[in-house]
Design a protein around this ligand. Structure first.
Ligand code: ADP
Ligand code: GN1
Ligand code: MG
Length: 365
C-alpha cells in the first residue's frame, strides 16, 4: 500500500521536514517506518501504521501507552537519573494534540522519537547481552508494579489465555478451510500431549496462588533496545501492556533469547535452548524482581519458557491453518516453519529443565 508520508508527517508535531521514510525493523504486526529529517539539528522519528484489525480499540490502546509511558517518566524523574528521551518511548502528538492520526483511508498512525544509537537482537549473541535484556524487562515490571491494572484496557482480550487459544485452534482445525490439516499430523499430536500441563499457570491464577500484574506480554528480545555499548536502554512495543502473569513476560524472553536459531529457522538442527543465555537472562531479570515475586511465581519461571513457546507455536500453527492472516509472512509455509521451530525449542527446554531449576534456585536463595 502506498502512503503519502509527506502529508502524514506534516500532521504530527515533529521538528524539521521529511527527508525519507523507509520500512524499518522486523515486527510481525504493525508497519514500521524510519522517518529521517533533512535538518542536522532535528531528530529522526519512528512512524507506525497500527494494525487496527488486530487492535480493535486503538484509542484505548494509545491511552494505555500514554499512561504507561507517563508512569515510567515520573519514576525516572523521581530518581533524577537517566535520559527520558532515550530510556522511555516518547510519543509525538498530532497538531491537534492527539496521540494518533487517522488518515483519509482510515489508517491509524502514531509517531515516536527515534531512539538512536541503539542495538537490538533477533538472536542473542552472549550471556552479558541476555543479562542486560533481562534487567530491562525486570525493571519494567518493577516500575509498573504500582500502576493499577484496572486502569488499562485489555488491548487483545485473552491474549495469553491458553485455554481460549486451544479452543480457537480446534475450531479452525475442524473447519480446515485451506486443506492444510493433513500436513500437520505430528503437530496435532504434540499439542495433545502437553495440552493439560499447559493449563498450570491459568489454574494457579484462578486458585489465587499467583497475582495478576501489569505485564508487557510481548517480551520478545528485540522489543528491548540496548545502547552502543550493549547496556540496557529502553523497552519498546507497548501495544500489549495489560494485566497478566509474570510468567508471560519471563517465558516469552526465554522463548526468544535462548534460541540458538531464528524464530522461523527451517533447519531444526540449529534450534536449541542455550543454557548460558538462560542463566544470563534469568540473572538480569531476577536482579530487579526477586524481592517482589512470591515463591509460587518463582517456582514456575522455568516452566513459563515452555508455556510461551507452546502458546506462540500454537498461534503460528493456527494462523497456518487459517490461511496466514495474522502474522506477517515472507514465504509459503512460513507459519508452519515457525511453529516447528517453536516445538523443537520446547523439547530442548524440556531436556534442560533440571539445569534451569538449579540456576533459578541459586539466583533466588
Ligand atoms: P511490532 O509490534 O510490529 O513488533 P515495534 O513497535 O516492536 O512493532 O517496532 C518494530 C521495530 O522498530 C522494533 O523492533 C525496533 O527495531 C524499531 N523501533 C520501534 N520503536 C522504536 C523507537 N522509538 N526507536 C528506535 N527503534 C524503534
Ligand atoms: C508478534 O509485534 P511483534 O512482532 O513484536 C506478536 C507476539 C508474538 C510475536 C512472535 C500483538 O510480536 O505475540 O509472540 O509476534 N504480537 C502480537 O514473533 O500478536
Ligand atoms: Mg516488536
Amino acid at each position: 500500500m502506498k502512503h503519502d508520508f509527506n502529508k502524514i508527517s506534516r500532521q504530527f508535531r515533529m521538528k524539521g521536514t521529511l527527508l525519507s521514510c523507509q520500512p524499518y525493523g522486523s515486527g510481525h504486526i504493525n508497519e514500521t517506518f524510519l522517518l529521517k529529517t533533512e535538518q542536522q539539528d532535528s531528530p529522526d522519528y519512528i512512524l507506525q501504521r497500527i494494525n487496527s484489525t488486530i487492535f480493535a480499540d486503538v484509542p484505548g490502546l494509545m491511552e494505555n501507552i500514554r499512561k504507561v509511558t507517563s508512569h515510567l517518566h515520573n519514576k525516572l524523574i523521581e530518581t533524577g537519573m537517566g535520559n527520558p528521551e532515550r530510556e522511555i518511548l516518547t510519543l509525538i502528538p498530532t497538531i491537534e494534540e492527539r496521540a494518533y492520526l487517522i488518515d483519509e483511508k482510515g489508517n491509524y498512525w502514531r509517531m515516536y522519537l527515534y531512539i538512536w544509537p541503539n542495538k537490538s537482537y533477533d538472536i542473542v549473541p552472549d550471556s552479558n547481552i541476555a543479562f542486560e535484556g533481562g534487567k530491562m524487562f525486570g525493571k519494567f515490571q518493577k516500575l509498573l508494579s504500582d500502576l493499577p491494572g484496572d486502569e488499562l484496557v485489555e488491548t487483545i482480550p485473552d491474549f495469553h489465555n491458553i485455554e481460549k487459544r486451544l479452543d480457537t485452534f480446534y475450531q479452525i482445525l475442524q473447519e480446515d478451510k485451506f486443506n492444510r490439516a493433513a500436513s500437520i499430523k505430528d503437530e496435532i499430536l504434540f499439542i495433545e500431549k502437553y495440552r493439560s500441563e499447559m493449563q498450570t499457570i491459568l489454574q494457579l491464577g484462578n486458585e489465587g496462588h499467583i497475582p495478576k500484574r501489569v505485564t508487557h506480554n510481548d517480551t520478545k528480545f528485540n522489543n528491548v533496545l540496548l545502547d552502543e555499548n550493549n547496556r540496557g536502554l529502553c523497552v519498546i512495543d507497548l501495544d500489549t501492556v495489560m494485566p497478566g502473569f509474570i510468567h508471560y513476560d519471563f517465558g516469552d524472553t526465554i522463548r526468544t533469547a535462548t534460541n540458538t536459531g531464528a524464530e522461523d529457522e527451517p533447519d531444526l538442527s540449529k534450534v536449541e535452548m542455550d543454557i548460558e543465555i538462560f542463566k544470563g537472562f534469568a540473572g538480569g531479570f531476577l536482579s530487579e524482581t526477586k524481592d517482589i515475586l512470591c515463591k509460587k511465581e518463582i517456582d514456575y519461571l522455568v516452566f513459563s519458557g515452555r508455556l510461551l513457546t507452546y502458546t506462540i507455536g500454537l498461534r503460528f500453527l493456527t494462523d497456518y491453518l487459517n490461511g496466514d492472516n495474522y502474522f506477517r509472512t515472507h514465504r509459503t509455509n512460513h507459519n508452519i516453519e515457525r511453529c516447528r521451530a517453536q516445538f523443537k525449542l520446547f523439547r530442548s527446554q524440556l531436556r534442560q529443565e533440571e539445569q534451569m531449576d538449579r540456576i533459578i534456585k541459586s539466583l533466588t536463595s
